[in-house]
Design a protein. Sequence first.
Lengths: 234, 234
Amino acid sequence: MGIKAQKSENKPREKRILEATARLLLRYGYDKMTMSDIAEEAGISKGAIYLHYDSKETLVDALITRQSIAYADDIMTLLEQDMDSWSFVTLYQLAMRLIPRYPLLIGLIRNNKNIFGTYFQRTALDMFHLKRRSRPEFLQLMQQAGVIRADLDLKLAAYTLDYMAYGLLTIEDIIPPEEAPPFEDVVNFFGEILEKTFTPPDGGNKEAGKAILMQLIAAYKAQLVAREETSDKE
Amino acid sequence: MGIKAQKSENKPREKRILEATARLLLRYGYDKMTMSDIAEEAGISKGAIYLHYDSKETLVDALITRQSIAYADDIMTLLEQDMDSWSFVTLYQLAMRLIPRYPLLIGLIRNNKNIFGTYFQRTALDMFHLKRRSRPEFLQLMQQAGVIRADLDLKLAAYTLDYMAYGLLTIEDIIPPEEAPPFEDVVNFFGEILEKTFTPPDGGNKEAGKAILMQLIAAYKAQLVAREETSDKE
DNA sequence: ATTTGACCAGAAATAAATAATCGGTCAAAC
DNA sequence: GTTTGACCGATTATTTATTTCTGGTCAAAT
């Protein structure tokens, strides 16, 4: 494992391949998008793609990993900006506010067959951290730090966060976006709900909570980066 | 319109047809379920079905209407029982608590193609009140009665109720039910969230709110019954 | 008056044969 | 060392012909 011929180090080209793939995935979907399409969109030859990735599948794997990292980065950046007004809720609010920047990740979470088609049958989905849900263990750390109400059942809280987030991402199947209130407002109210329901009245030790949080996100990102670096097949 | 040959008044048989249809819809789905299947399951001949319904489509229309009425009845019954401990939230909590009794209605709300298949292409979906979402106008009445916080943006509130309910009904696509907390707990917590977020601190005039509510549900049910009675095609 | 089930035409499924496409390779070009 | 694109086997799509099935009807039976 890992002694496969190493891949090209031509980073700019790699980036263009990934960007082309992202565009075409959204436009055509996994099954209709051909490797030739990608090459053309990226302005290179088909063979060049295989200088970077072993297969169509691993290419999409890499794209997803890349976007997950970017998403985590986005969240961390804005979390740091929000240093002063931070609460436990900020993380979830940011996660919702920023996810529209990554329609592919939305497609992943939603199991959008239009976008991913047979890719879902080929790849072990749960390898992606994204597919995993809010972990009660994480909430427990937050609770111990005092930024989540002590009397909250954490499995219930995690489940609630999950279905709210999922509902927010899928409700467009029922309500056309043009009938929806501004997304910004929806996310703000979402945060208000969490604040009123999950946060203890006194607010808890916000600094401690935030420290733990940043640590966890950094660990998560490190995990993603590690996967990106061992992207050669076994 | 309406001068079509009137249908059989054999109510017990009608009921058995509808029950058979409900079972087979869930087992086979609309497209795989044949009229002969239904006849056999109901223990009658195929022709007998057409003594009650003009087509497969109107049969399913009728079934949905029937179940919608039953659902509304269930809610009203339990609302009346809850006379004393009532709050604005009770309605939504009951609606969620009772909906699992009506898997077909869940399928409708979710646009479950497994169950309804091509039926969705044939029928104007929005004829079903169920498909319509929380109406801000309804919330406005509740707000005027004082059982909803005065400072709440009602379009936002309606949208939030919608995506929460939708998320609750669809999250099983992501989280297998056996990993979920007891549904009863989830619904209770759902109610707690609404209570904390939507209800004014003083609780408002609950009697007034409840009176309006019962009136609206009765009107809704009357509308459904009316449709059931004019179920002959134009 | 009711109820049935054989029957019909159109729709849908199946099968077979053929054509087109695509993921991936690698000798040749650069 | 890099990059390319013609090429290959396998999968997938298209076409055509054939068969089966199904929603709906109605003359006959009850």
